[in-house]
Design a protein around this ligand. Structure first.
Ligand SMILES: Cn1ncc2ncnc(NCCc3cnc(NC(=O)Nc4cccc(C(F)(F)F)c4)s3)c21
Length: 272
């Protein structure tokens, strides 16, 4: 709310509940704002670790970018505060937790669940792109599920305004990155369209398309778009994945065309 945005928050305003998850830079807790009993998620980041990793500018950018985004499929960042050792992010609480845990538990999602998530993701990313915001880190670990089962994109720690070229070294998995990013070239909003294709494949198959042993093997498979479909994928699913995983960013399917694709129309509710 507007009031929340302006107010100076402190830890004393919250009762801290159970841990919701652990990240590289800190943990997330369920929390309740004392005066309103409003439930939030509180991410606690250690200043020393952020400084050591040289990512404090990315955090400032995340807070700036997130404060202007309002969409049902984007997790809200209501505000932040800090004390001498830590920075706290006041986040929308997503009751059904992390999508990757549901994917791990089920192995893979059916066509209807996958199409619903891809449709919601295309709407959230389309909204970001109208503001020239690219997320750049779309992967199952950064997706949460709301109380009605709706998908929420979280963690804009790698988001930027397009176009851009990366300065920080990539760490973690390359699986969701497009050729232009793994090759260190300039990139724009189309990187998120590529990641959507990687996610769609992983939702339906259970593993990302270019998975390999080690960075260099994964790099090679991404750069060559070494895409192999297992048996059992429907033709229209393969068609949409192929249209998203194009090496040339200009050839990738436009996000606003996704709701009209036959696979989405056949499987997702709410597609026009
Ligand atoms: C697990 N879980 N279960 C339910 C639930 N409900 C809400 N949230 C959860 N989890 C938190 C999800 C996040 C949202 N935004 C984030 N943002 C971030 O972590 N930013 C960030 C961190 C470290 C460094 C940098 C920097 F500097 F590199 F930019 C940026 S994390 C929940």
């Amino acid at each position: 709310s507007a009031a929340a945005a302006g107010k100076q928050w402190s830890l004393n305003d919250f009762e801290i509940g159970k841990p919701l998850g652990r990240g590289k830079f800190g943990a997330v807790y369920l929390a309740r704002e004392k005066s309103t009993h409003y439930i939030v998620a509180l991410k606690v980041l250690q200043k020393s670790q952020l400084l050591k990793a040289g990512v404090e500018h990315q955090l400032r950018r995340e807070i700036e970018i997130q404060s202007h985004l309002r969409h049902v499929n984007i997790l809200r960042l209501y505000g932040y505060f800090f004390d001498n050792k830590r920075i706290y992010l006041i986040l929308e609480y997503s009751p059904r937790g992390e999508l990757y845990k549901h994917l791990q538990a089920k192995g893979r999602f059916g066509e209807r669940q996958s199409a619903q998530y891809i449709l919601e993701l295309s709407r959230a990313l389309g909204y970001c792109h109208t503001k020239h915001v690219i997320h750049r880190d779309i992967k199952p670990e950064n997706l949460l599920i709301g109380h009605s089962g709706e998908l929420k994109i979280a963690d804009f720690g790698w988001s930027v305004h397009a176009p851009t070229s990366r300065r920080n070294t990539l760490c973690g998995t390359l699986d969701y990155l497009p050729p232009e990013m793994v090759e260190g070239r300039e990139h724009d909003e189309q990187v998120d369209v590529w990641s959507l294709g990687v996610l769609m494949y992983e939702f339906l198959v259970g593993t990302p398309p270019f998975e390999a042993e080690g960075h260099s093997a994964t790099y090679r498979r991404i750069s060559r778009v070494d895409l192999r479909f297992p048996k059992g994928l429907s033709e229209d699913a393969k068609d949409l994945i192929f249209k998203l995983l194009q090496k040339d960013p200009r050839k990738r399917m436009a996000l606003d065309m996704i709701p009209n694709h036959p696979w989405i129309l056949r499987n997702a509710r709410g597609a026009q």
